[in-house]
Design a protein around this ligand. Structure first.
Ligand SMILES: CC(C)(COP(=O)(O)OP(=O)(O)OC[C@H]1O[C@@H](n2cnc3c(N)ncnc32)[C@H](O)[C@@H]1OP(=O)(O)O)[C@@H](O)C(=O)NCCC(=O)NCCS
Length: 104
């Protein structure tokens, strides 16, 4: 998880909302076994329970179908498209970290 804004060029609203973000990267031999979904779910729990965040985003290349699928499985929703200065056009998927039933 990272918290910098240096690369983002886009509508001011997206730039401000994009401060906290998550990225996943597995070596090829480990892909396709559900690890990213499992790790992503743990990271979102950490963001909600320890960092006390209520929203988090991930940036995905429009043609990165496995990543988009993982984002959707984790509850992410497409929130817009931005131009990253050194990486080109990316989709922004947003996670809303809702409180647990006990309010924690
Ligand atoms: C993206 C990445 C993290 C996914 O890791 P993973 O452990 O393989 O992901 P999972 O196994 O948890 O889930 C992959 C899902 O994508 C689906 N998928 C794989 N290839 C697909 C394709 N071409 N089109 C659509 N869905 C695809 C799988 O079927 C699976 O969904 P399912 O559980 O509904 O069947 C991994 O491929 C990776 O490290 N890629 C390189 C780095 C990268 O692109 N990171 C994202 C930038 S933040």
């Amino acid at each position: 998880m990272t918290r910098d804004l240096q690369e983002i060029q886009g509508p001011d609203r997206l730039a401000r909302l994009a401060r906290d973000r998550i990225g996943l990267l597995l070596v090829p031999a480990a892909q396709g076994r559900g690890y990213a979904t499992e790790a992503g779910a743990a990271a979102l729990d950490f963001a909600r329970d320890v960092l006390k965040l209520r929203t988090l985003v991930t940036y995905l290349a429009p043609d990165n179908e496995p990543s988009k699928r993982v984002a959707e499985k984790l509850g992410g929703e497409l929130d817009g498209v931005v131009e990253l200065l050194s990486h080109g056009r990316h989709c922004v998927y947003r996670y809303r970290l809702t409180l647990r039933p006990d309010g924690s």
